[in-house]
Design a protein around this ligand. Structure first.
Ligand code: FAD
Length: 284
């Protein structure tokens, strides 16, 4: 397969421990070696790891010279907070932002952080109003529906609002059912929405973690995959070997079906993503 026009990106999160920060240069170095189109770095909503996002973005830029895109969440934030972060990123040379609503931590009281934004489309509009076309804006898409959406139609309409507000591209929540992605793309085309929708792929490295994340974000784990993973119990090598087979097949199906790239949720581990990269025959 000719993948020269396809954009592969790697998502990191700001490390949560001193050891994680100490390991970050090696992680960036190992992943940068295969020259992704860009890295992205997640951002906690309501103030949890915002300085960490900036610090990690700067490290990626300085160490690798590869484009780095901060995620920016707006729930619980004021326009002034967001404006200050945007200026800081612009000054650092950032040109792409993943614009999100985010989720407040379960412990946050609504009254503690009412914020000035309710949904991601408002953040997209705000960035466009204040910075014009300076930033390329990516938004989140949910082929299997966002877990808080009132209905699939309402969720799709929310996605359309983000695109109409000025998003240039979308990155999906991870999923293991390729049909949900193809259906989402088809629905978008029928609605006249033609921005690239890059599927998010999460390598499978740990069964308990996968089931926990998936319950929270609404990603469906096919029954046969869940049963096979659970049957391996604590046997990590078998979990990872089977997980690699599943995500390799998924990624091949997505690329053959026309996906414009893959956004790898690396979970700050280079090897699972690089094994998938090599399995797909991507240039190393
Ligand atoms: P929105 O697009 O605003 O949608 C949120 C919900 O509100 C949906 O259910 C939607 O249907 C509904 N909705 C939208 N507009 C309206 C309206 N006008 N009226 C009623 N309902 C409406 N989270 C983080 O905290 N940090 C990150 O770094 C991060 N990175 C992510 C990266 C990707 C690629 C993805 C897919 C998700 C990421 N998330 C992150 C998770 C994301 O923040 C959550 O899924 C969050 O709950 C929704 O964010 P959103 O930007 O999709 O919100």
């Amino acid at each position: 397969m000719n993948t020269s026009n396809i954009a592969f990106s790697f998502e990191l999160f700001p490390p949560r421990t001193p050891q994680g920060w100490a390991n970050l240069p090696r992680l960036i170095g190992d992943l940068a070696a295969v020259r992704p189109a860009f890295f992205s770095v997640t951002h906690g909503a309501g103030g949890s790891d915002q300085g960490g996002t900036y610090e990690a973005i700067i490290k990626v830029i300085e160490q690798s010279g590869i484009e780095a895109a901060p995620h920016l969440t707006c729930i619980g934030s004021t326009r002034a907070n967001i404006a200050a972060l945007l200026s800081q990123y612009r000054d650092a040379g950032v040109q792409r932002i993943v614009a999100l609503r985010g989720d407040l931590p379960a412990t946050a009281m609504r009254s503690e952080a009412p914020g000035e934004f309710r949904y991601a489309n408002e953040l997209v509009s705000f960035i466009r109003e204040t910075h014009g076309e300076h930033f390329t804006l990516e938004v989140a898409a949910y082929p299997e529906m966002h877990p808080q959406a009132a209905s699939p139609q309402a969720d799709f309409e929310a996605y359309v609002r983000k695109v109409k507000a000025g998003a240039h591209g979308a990155v999906t929540q991870y999923f293991y059912n390729a049909d949900s992605y193809f259906e989402f793309v088809e629905q978008s085309h029928k609605a006249g929405i033609n921005i690239p929708v890059v599927p998010g792929v999460m390598p499978i490295v740990n069964t308990a973690q996968l089931l926990r994340f998936s319950a929270a974000c609404g990603a469906e784990i096919p029954r046969w995959v869940k049963l096979r993973l659970e049957s391996y119990g604590e046997d990590k090598a078998s979990v990872q070997a089977f997980g690699l087979e599943v995500v390799t097949r998924l990624s091949e199906t997505l690329l053959k079906g026309g996906a414009p790239g893959i956004h790898f949720y690396t979970l700050n581990q280079a090897e699972p993503t690089l094994k998938l990269w090599r399995n797909l025959g991507l240039p190393t």
